[in-house]
Ligand binder design. Structure first.
Ligand code: ZN
Ligand code: ZN
Length: 114
């Protein structure tokens, strides 16, 4: 499922960091190339899962965190298409949901909050 968590990148476990990063690229590919890309993006936006106005900056933060962790990143991302989901993503709510769902992310959060 495409999901821009938009929680602090350092709180994401490796899997969620890689996953959210990959979904940024998939989302841009879908919007740019899929015959129903607009409808798909609207569906994600209605659920509060994406905000294309945050795409480039969010991608840059995720990429920087990946490099900090010694992961490879060589996939620049540029998006200048239509806007979907402006203001739709709620990082606070996503934080709670993510930490409920993923013990590894929750453990990182506990470490960082200490
Ligand atoms: Zn990338
Ligand atoms: Zn996680």
């Amino acid at each position: 499922m495409t999901r821009m968590w938009c929680v602090r990148p350092e709180l994401l476990c490796d899997d969620h960091l890689r996953g959210e990063h990959a979904e940024h690229h998939q989302l841009v590919g879908t919007i740019d190339n899929h015959p129903h890309g607009a409808a798909i993006a609207e569906g994600h936006a209605e659920k509060g899962n994406i905000d294309t106005t945050r795409l480039e900056r969010r991608h840059a933060r995720l990429a920087a965190e990946m490099i900090d962790r010694g992961m490879n990143h060589d996939s620049p991302l540029a998006y200048d298409g239509p806007t979907y989901g402006a203001g739709a993503v709620d990082p606070e709510a996503n934080r709670d949901e993510l930490f409920d769902r993923c013990e590894d992310c929750a453990a990182r959060a506990r470490e960082h909050d200490r």
